[in-house]
Design a protein around this ligand. Structure first.
Ligand SMILES: *Cc1c(COP(=O)(O)O)cnc(C)c1O
Length: 354
């Protein structure tokens, strides 16, 4: 591979003079701030947040053992995804390659940015088809998204296969690790040192239990992070989110406790699901959800809704025909799901079969 970042970046972005905010220009400490037309009352919320989120990045850099300038923070990882499109993909000209099925936001962002999407089906066992992925790429391919563990198939992909793609292809390989904390496999974060075209996405929305505060991360070479910072809105992460995240990230143990509980429940849920006669297949999961193939998925879905239990109908997704995606809840929630499914079986399955 002959990777040159500059040849991948859109020319308007290469030549961009980014917005310089008042808080970029003066970065000293205590002062009388009359530079940003803020209200002098209502401290501290009267002040614009740090556009570079330095104190929060410092915490994350310790947690992830990488340098602060290899971290981008955004309004969810969804912001990072959109920025990558806007930095690398020329509307109407460039394309991106996705595995299929995968997380829906990549396609939506591509459509919004008028970027062609080339989808490469996973194998029936949900493994990667590396040769087909490579064949799908051409000169105009700027991004390859590998979601691992993958949503909605719930499996993850071998690190060697992902790294080999990054090594062979002259484009940005985005590895979405939203579910990495639930996985047997370890993160590819360390690999950004040796793979300058690798972008790792993580989020506080899943294992850390903070979907509501909207904080996503991208980890990559300083050159890519610099581009992302210059294209983002100046104050893309708000003061309340920064403050909350700094506090919450101190308690790594509680996150680990939640993950342990979810993994234990995942095991129990698999065991319970196996007993149902309308369950045809439970796919091995490396995430905090199960993909379960059932007979009459719409009927199961609607019955659960009538019991006020909402799962995700993925029965029309390629390779997931007939499947529901079920997030692992608390022990109590999962017990209620199990009870509802037992009632469903009694009502709809046993009658039909006799
Ligand atoms: C849930 C999820 C995210 C999280 O997105 P945020 O914007 O950070 O909440 C990212 N990627 C995948 C594949 C997901 O399933």
């Amino acid at each position: 591979m002959n990777y040159k970042l500059n040849t991948l970046v859109r020319s308007n972005i290469r030549n961009l003079i980014p917005y310089s905010s008042a808080r970029d220009e003066y970065t000293g400490g205590e002062a009388i701030y009359l530079d940003a037309n803020e209200n002098p009352f209502n401290a501290p919320q009267n002040r614009y947040p740090d556009p570079l989120q330095r104190s929060l990045k410092q915490k994350i850099s310790i947690l992830k053992e990488i340098s602060s300038d290899q971290i981008f923070l955004g309004n969810g990882s969804d912001e990072a995804i959109d920025l990558l499109f806007r930095i690398f993909c020329e509307p109407g000209i460039d394309n991106v390659v996705l595995i299929s099925p995968t997380y829906g936001m990549y396609q939506v962002c591509a459509d919004i940015n008028n970027i062609e999407v080339r989808k490469v089906l996973l194998e029936p066992d949900f493994s990667l088809n590396s040769d087909s992925l490579i064949q799908a790429c051409d000169q105009q391919t700027k991004l390859l998204f590998i979601c691992s563990p993958n949503n909605p198939t719930s499996n993850s992909f071998p690190r060697e296969e992902i790294l080999e793609l990054a090594e062979k292809l002259n484009l940005i390989v985005v590895v979405d690790e939203a579910y990495i904390d639930f996985s047997e496999r370890s993160s590819l974060i360390r690999e950004i040192q040796d793979h300058p075209n690798l972008v790792i996405l993580q989020t506080l929305s899943k294992a850390w239990g903070m979907a509501g505060i909207r904080l996503g991360m991208a980890m990559a070479s300083t050159a890519i992070i610099k581009l992302m910072s210059s294209v983002k809105y100046p104050y893309n992460v708000n003061r309340l989110t920064i403050e909350y995240a700094i506090k919450a990230l101190k308690d790594k143990e509680i996150k680990e406790m939640w993950v342990a509980s979810i993994l234990k429940e995942r095991k129990t849920m698999v065991k319970n699901m196996k007993k149902f006669r309308f369950v045809q297949k439970i796919y091995p999961s490396d995430a905090n959800f199960l993909l379960v193939k059932v007979k009459d998925p719409k009927q199961v879905y609607n019955y659960l809704v009538s019991r006020k239990i909402i799962v995700r109908d993925r029965s029309e997704t390629p390779l997931c025909e007939g499947a529901l995606r079920i997030t692992i809840g608390t022990k109590e929630e999962n017990a209620k799901l199990n009870k509802a499914l037992m009632e469903y079986q009694r009502k709809f399955v046993e009658n039909c079969e006799t």
